[in-house]
Design a protein around this ligand. Structure first.
Ligand code: AFD
Ligand code: MN
Ligand code: MN
Length: 424
């Protein structure tokens, strides 16, 4: 389904005067509000193809209605999200969950919704039917060369799909690791991973990147071969300039200072981008900003500061993507909420008084530095985000508009109540 512009306008009209009052009130105190709005309007976050269906845990999965049954329907759902928020203009595919059988047709369909394709993701953490070798004991790090070869070939095949779709990056997340002490020789596992990645790296087109994701545990519970940013950074450095580290917010042990990791990776030009989500305990894949919005703001503070220091374009300089799972919410509502949370944190980071913060840091004025950060964090920037959306033709309140336009009800009547999307 296409969400027509006039329908969004109709919903916006009911809230426009309240919005204008709120916008003027917050805009008054912002030095260059036009520049902030411009940055917000051009900021987009990719939607993963695996997040459009209901997620599950190993204990169960409780399907919602109207889930997308095909890649085409997933594109349609991202089209709905983008029509409402004007900030989700790309989709990231997971192969083989979403194989583009006819790339030209898939690209054309996406273009109808104003979408393009972001990074392609490989999958060597599951065995597919008919697969010769099992990934039970890992893939790129495996002791058996034949298993490694199969996993390398899969990644090269994913790059080939991506080329057809005009993607520009391969995103690799490995579940390779060990469950028990003694199971694995860490050095061999790391070296095998490096050599496998080198072969994949050699297959990258000139204008492509490979993003190396890390994660401390799960599904393996003793060691993960790419377990933290140090291990990812080491691989990315040894691989070369086309390789960089991807930060998934849920892939850190509790209490980790993620903003500091981000700052240093950016400084070294080794930050590939993000998988946004939120978590209370681990890789919980919860809605962005639902648990710890202050951390998200601190991360964006480092991002804006670090990207400006390198003269990078905020919108295109890094890969921005959501990686979440929706076990109890409508996935589209959840994704809309996540994008809003990201834009709110970004807007708050944009309005930090950077000159004053620099001076406070230089003078070791700790209390003032905190005041400056929290002044921005405690500003309700939602009217700025709404204004940016409005100027692009999006909804003032994307979730509200989604409900008012009864989009899920439409999708259920089109697709049925008992549909199941591919993914985890
Ligand atoms: C994993 C990783 C990775 C992967 C995804 C699979 O975050 O990005 O592609 O989940 O669903 O935890
Ligand atoms: Mn991820
Ligand atoms: Mn994850």
């Amino acid at each position: 389904m296409q969400v027509e512009n006039y329908k969004i306008d109709e919903v916006n009209n009911t809230g426009i005067s309240k919005h204008q009052r709120q916008f003027e009130s917050v805009a008054e105190d912002i030095a260059d509000v036009e520049a902030v709005l411009k940055k917000l309007s051009s900021f987009n976050i990719a939607i993963p193809s695996w997040a459009l269906g209901t997620g599950g845990t190993r204990f169960g999965r409780f399907s919602g209605g109207g889930e997308p049954r095909s890649l085409e329907e997933k594109i349609e759902d991202v089209g709905v999200i983008h029509a409402l928020n004007q900030s989700s203009n790309s989709i990231s595919l997971h192969i083989p969950w979403d194989i583009p059988e006819n790339a030209a047709a898939v690209k054309e369909l996406a273009a109808q919704y104003g979408l393009h394709f972001d990074a392609v993701n490989s999958n060597t953490f599951q065995d597919q039917s008919g697969q010769k070798h099992s990934y039970k004991f890992g893939s790129l790090h495996h002791t058996d060369k034949a298993v490694r070869k199969q996993a390398i070939e899969h990644n090269i095949e994913v790059i080939k799909y991506g080329i057809q779709l005009n993607s520009k990056a391969l995103s690799v997340w490995l579940s390779d690791g060990s469950n028990f002490p003694g199971q694995l020789n860490f050095r061999n596992a790391f070296q095998n991973t490096l050599e496998s990645l080198q072969e994949i790296y050699a297959a990258l087109p000139d204008d492509w990147k490979v993003w190396v994701e890390y994660k401390p545990y799960e599904p393996n519970f003793y060691s993960t071969t790419i377990g933290d940013w140090g291990q990812s950074y080491l691989l990315a450095s040894k691989l070369g300039p086309k390789a960089a580290t991807l930060v998934d917010l849920g892939h850190h042990l509790q209490g980790t200072n993620i903003e500091q990791i981000v700052s240093l990776l950016l400084m070294e030009n080794k930050l590939a981008g993000f998988h946004f989500n939120d978590s209370k305990y681990g890789d919980d894949d919860l809605t962005v900003g639902s648990i710890n919005p202050y951390q998200l703001f601190l991360i964006f503070n480092e991002l804006v500061e670090g990207m400006d220091a390198r003269g990078m374009d905020h919108a295109t300089g890094l890969g921005w993507m959501i990686d979440a799972s929706h076990n109890v919410k409508d996935p589209i509502e959840d994704l809309l909420q996540s994008v809003q949370a990201i834009k709110i944190a970004y807007a708050q980071a944009l309005i930090i008084d950077k000159t004053a913060l620099k001076a406070a840091q230089y003078n070791n004025d700790v209390a003032l530095a905190q005041e400056i950060l929290q002044q921005a964090y405690r500003t309700d920037v939602r009217p700025l985000v709404a204004e940016a959306s409005l100027s692009n033709g999006g909804a003032l309140d994307p979730v509200g508009a989604y409900r008012k336009l009864k989009i899920r009800e439409h999708l259920i009547s089109e697709r049925g109540l008992k549909t199941v999307a591919t993914g985890l």
